[in-house]
Ligand binder design. Structure first.
Ligand code: NAD
Length: 294
C-alpha cells in the first residue's frame, strides 16, 4: 500500500482557478476578456487531446479561445504568417503553439516569431533569458505548476538537493533553473540528468526531491530514490494495452514501487498535468492584465 502523501495537482489547480475568478471579473468589468489562440499543426493524437483540454478549460472559465488547425504539410512560411496575424489581433493575449511541430518546420524559427508579450508558454528566447536572469515574465507552464504544487504542500526547497531528470527546453531545463534561483521556492542545489548522464542512480538516490521529465514509462523505481524523497512525476506516456482505447497513460515513475519509500508523490493522471493547464490560464490572465494602463 502506498504510504507517501499524494500531491494532487487536481486539488491545487482548482484553488488556482478560484483565485483567478476575481481577476478575470476585474478584467471583464473593463471590457477585457482574456483570450488564447491555440495553433495545432498536423494530426498528432496526443496534441489534439492537449489542445482540446486546454481550450475547454478556457471556455469553462468564460475566457475567449480559438484553435487554428493546420495540415501536417503546412509550409513554415504560412505558419509564420498566421502567427504574425495573431500577434496583432487584440482579442488574443496569449498564443499557444502546440509542440511538437512536424519535422519539416523549424521549432525555433516559429517560437521566435511569437510576440514575447503573448508568449504564455514562456518558450521565446527573450522569456527564457528573463527567467535565467531571475526576473521571469512568463514562466513555462509545467515547471511553474510544479513550483505551485511544492508551495501548496509546504515542501521546502531551500538548501535541498534536487535531481531533475530531463533537459528539454519546456520542462527539465527551466525547472532546474527555477529551483536554483535565489527565490522561494528555489535556493536548491540542482543536478540535471539526461541521456548522457553517468551513474544517474547515484545522483537521484541522494536527492531530497526528484523531478522526472524523461518521457520513459516506469523508469523510476524505489531503487532510484532516497528514503523519504519527494517525487514529482512529469511523464505522460502512452503504453499500449488491451483496454478499449488500446492504450493507457502512465508516468515516468513506477508509482506502486516508489510510493512505499517516498514521503510525497504526484500521481499520473491528476498530478502535474492539471497544473500545466492551470498555469496556461494564469499566464494568459497575466498577459491580459499587462495590457491595462499602469
Ligand atoms: P523531451 O523528449 O523533449 O525531453 C526528454 C528529456 O529526457 C531529454 O532531455 C532527454 O535527454 C532526457 N531523457 C530521455 N530518456 C532518458 C533517460 N533514460 N535517462 C535520463 N534522461 C533521459 O520530453 P519533454 O517534452 O520534456 O517531456 C518529458 C515527459 O513529460 C514526456 O512524457 C511528456 O509527455 C511529459 N510532459 C508532461 C507534461 C505535463 O503537463 N504533465 C508537460 C510536458 C511534458
Amino acid at each position: 500500500m502506498p504510504e507517501a502523501q499524494l500531491l494532487s495537482g487536481k486539488t491545487v489547480s482548482e484553488s488556482v482557478y478560484q483565485s483567478l475568478i476575481p481577476r478575470i471579473s476585474a478584467l471583464q468589468s473593463k471590457n477585457i476578456t482574456p483570450g488564447l489562440a491555440a495553433v495545432l499543426v498536423g494530426e498528432n493524437p496526443a496534441s489534439k487531446v492537449y489542445v482540446r483540454n486546454k481550450t475547454n478549460r478556457f471556455r469553462k472559465l468564460g475566457l475567449f479561445t480559438e484553435t487554428h488547425t493546420l495540415p501536417a504539410d503546412t509550409e513554415e512560411e504560412d505558419l509564420l504568417k498566421l502567427i504574425e496575424t495573431l500577434n496583432t489581433d487584440d482579442r488574443f493575449h496569449g498564443i499557444l503553439i502546440q509542440l511538437p511541430l512536424p519535422n519539416s518546420i523549424d521549432n525555433q524559427s516559429v517560437l521566435l516569431v511569437v510576440d514575447p508579450r503573448k508568449d504564455v508558454d514562456g518558450f521565446h528566447p527573450e522569456n527564457m533569458g528573463l527567467l535565467t536572469s531571475g526576473t521571469p515574465r512568463f514562466i513555462p507552464c509545467t515547471p511553474k505548476g510544479i513550483l505551485r504544487i511544492l508551495e501548496h504542500y509546504d515542501i521546502e526547497t531551500e538548501g535541498k538537493r534536487v535531481a531533475v531528470v530531463g533537459r528539454s527546453n519546456i520542462v527539465g531545463r527551466p525547472m532546474s533553473i527555477l529551483l536554483s534561483l535565489k527565490r522561494n521556492p528555489g535556493n536548491a542545489t540542482v543536478t540535471i540528468c539526461h541521456t548522457r548522464t553517468k551513474n544517474q542512480k547515484g545522483i537521484t538516490n541522494s536527492a531530497d526531491i526528484l523531478i522526472s521529465a524523461a518521457g520513459v514509462p516506469n523508469s523510476i523505481t524505489d531503487a532510484d530514490i532516497s528514503e523519504g524523497a519527494v517525487v514529482i512525476d512529469v511523464g505522460i506516456n502512452r503504453v499500449e494495452d488491451d483496454s478499449e482505447k488500446g492504450y493507457s497513460l502512465v508516468g515516468d515513475v513506477d508509482f506502486n514501487s516508489v510510493a512505499g519509500k517516498a514521503s510525497a508523490i504526484t500521481p499520473v493522471p491528476g498530478g502535474v498535468g492539471p497544473m500545466t493547464i492551470a498555469m496556461l490560464v494564469e499566464n494568459t490572465v497575466e498577459a491580459a492584465e499587462s495590457t491595462l494602463p499602469k
